[in-house]
Design a binder for this molecule. Structure first.
Ligand code: ADP
Ligand code: MG
Length: 241
């Protein structure tokens, strides 16, 4: 279990200034929506430590982790793609989450098999990524996140390439893991229906700021900001997010 506290975290990319303040409760799944280029990935990257803020603090369970390297933070990230090594089988790709040099003990290997089983990939341990479907590959990547045993799971549109039915299946799986392990989950998605399906609360990011955060159905009603209303309207009319 881990509570996440982001306090005035600022980051500049060329002439775009981003500034984030957000509090995520321990064990909750929070969705993050907003237009392309709004800063959603940057926000996750600042939490994971891949980007360094100019100012502000990231606290996890009250502990200041702002100066820590990504590996030293109790955080793991799942991206849309580039999660797997093509020349390694599913079990080895998961094993990397335990030991980057794959020096695994028998107990480690047991954990790998257990995680693959949990994500529904029993029997596919020896398959290479190229021999798996897109959904199965993301299950492998999710299994690797799970064996890392980090209490905060950041999802940066990992299911974006999947169809609606498969996305729901993956969201169910994430939610199961969240409940079983008490994970705190941040889910970036450009599908508001994902937020509605999986997250009790949703944040709207626009032009480098969190303009609104609220209970999901209330937020998706679009009343809290004109930018949010415009964004939801564009999605509905089928324009690019
Ligand atoms: P989102 O995930 O909401 O689409 P991003 O966080 O990826 O938005 O990007 C926010 C802004 O920051 C964009 O204007 C993007 O071009 C810029 N940006 C941030 N980091 C980089 C980077 N390393 N390279 C290129 N552009 C970046
Ligand atoms: Mg992004």
């Amino acid at each position: 279990m881990a509570e996440l506290d982001i306090e005035n975290l600022t980051f500049r990319y060329e002439d775009m200034v981003m500034s984030f303040t957000l509090r995520v409760e321990s064990g909750e799944m929070l969705a993050i929506i907003g237009p392309s280029g709004a800063g959603k990935s940057t926000l996750l990257s600042l939490i994971a430590g891949f980007d360094r803020p100019e100012s502000g603090r990231v606290r996890i369970d009250g502990r200041d982790v702002t100066g820590l390297s990504p590996a030293a933070r109790p955080v793991t990230t799942l991206f849309q793609d580039h999660n797997l090594f093509a020349h390694l089988d599913a079990a080895a790709n998961v094993g990397l989450g335990i030991h980057p040099g794959l020096r695994l003990t028998a107990a480690d290997r047991e954990r790998v098999y257990h995680a693959l089983k949990q994500v529904g990939l029993d029997g596919l341990e020896r398959r290479l990524p190229g021999q798996l479907s897109g959904g199965e590959r993301q299950r492998v990547a999710l299994a690797r996140s799970l064996v890392r045993n980090r209490p905060i799971l950041l999802l940066d549109e990992p299911f974006a390439a999947l169809g609606p039915a498969l996305r729901r299946e993956m969201l169910d799986l994430v939610d199961e893991m969240r409940k079983a392990r008490g994970l705190t989950v941040l889910l970036v998605s450009h599908h508001p229906e994902d937020a509605r399906y999986a997250a009790a609360r949703t944040a709207f990011v626009h032009a480098g700021k969190i303009l609104a955060v609220d209970e999901t159905s209330r937020l998706l009603a679009g009343e809290s900001a004109p930018e949010l209303r415009a964004y939801l309207g564009e999605l509905e009319s089928g324009e690019a997010p």
